[in-house]
Design a protein around this ligand. Structure first.
Ligand SMILES: [Zn+2]
Length: 298
């Protein structure tokens, strides 16, 4: 009986644990560190230095016809793919062709940062700026992102506002120092799961200045945290799942690709990649695999 009581006690403790789901719950909204980083002598990486004169517009449409035309229609006779990748090889081949045609602006949006590849500690996007968000879309303080993200983001939020949705931006650019603080918080709370719950410093897409986390003002009251997988079931989450790609934002860590991305599903985390986002959505391809292929991976 004593053992049973202990087991029940543990179960209750687990049940009552704060709903700290996802990788971002302890990400500091403070962008002060970013300012510090901006004033340091940031030795830009080779990727960062090839920034062309920014056009501040969406990248031109990529050759979607070529890409989609090569996506096979599954048939009953198709043999199972021997690899665990959900993307048929023919699609990956099409991706490689498409990457070769990209402009520098488009390639910059595809800087690789994932489980295996990290950004330098001093990687700093050169065109960071504060997003002029509608007050109703602000969570706390200011949000910095790359300039190319601004207009698509404002257009998307306008559309959501007009549809009566309540969307707040929790986090945009985060410096290496910001991410270090966030990761240390997770390590203290859940030492065994921290690598799945939070990006190790240098491995966060937020350091690129093109990743963004959304939530709603009522998430914390209804679901215990501003970051919860239940966001996917909210009106705002459902809208973003279907529509964000048409504004250039792709869901970086889908539910169906946890094995591919190495991260738990994050229905609130999107990354701006321009017109590519629609192709990824329509072809069920993860950004992780696409970028790896563009960088010569298989
Ligand atoms: Zn995020």
């Amino acid at each position: 009986m004593a053992l049973l009581a202990v087991i029940i006690g543990v179960a209750i403790v687990v049940e009552n644990r704060p709903a700290l789901q996802g990788r971002e719950a302890y990400a500091p909204p403070n962008n002060g560190a970013a300012v510090v980083a901006a004033t340091s002598t940031a030795t830009a990486t080779a990727t960062a230095t090839v920034e062309p004169t920014a056009t501040h517009t969406l990248p031109p449409p990529s050759p979607a016809a070529t890409f989609t035309a090569t996506v096979p229609t599954p048939t009953a006779t198709r043999q199972p793919t021997p690899t665990p990748s959900p993307v048929p090889p023919v699609v990956l081949t099409a991706i490689a062709r498409q990457c070769a045609q990209y402009t520098d602006v488009q390639r910059l949006l595809l800087t690789r940062v994932d489980r295996d590849v990290l950004l330098p500690r001093d990687y700093l996007p050169e065109d960071l700026q504060v997003m002029p968000l509608n007050p109703g879309n602000v969570f706390y303080g200011s949000v910095q992102m790359r300039k190319i993200v601004q207009q698509p983001l404002l257009d998307m939020l306008d559309a959501m506002n007009q549809a009566g949705l309540k969307t707040i931006v929790i986090s945009g650019y985060r410096s290496f120092a910001d991410q270090t603080l966030a990761y240390e918080q997770w390590l203290r709370l859940f030492p065994d799961r921290a690598p799945q719950l939070s990006a190790v410093p240098g491995h966060s897409e937020h350091q690129l200045g093109t990743a963004i986390d959304f939530s709603t003002p009522y998430m914390k009251d209804q679901y215990g945290d501003y970051f919860s997988k239940s966001f996917a079931d909210t009106a705002e989450g459902l809208w973003l799942t279907k529509q964000a790609a048409y504004y250039g934002f792709t869901l970086s860590y889908p539910q169906w690709a946890e094995d591919v991305t190495g991260y738990e599903w994050e229905p609130w985390h999107f990354r701006f990649v321009g017109s590519l986002a629609q192709q990824l959505l329509e072809n069920h391809v993860t950004l992780t695999e696409y970028i790896q292929k563009c960088n010569g991976g298989s």
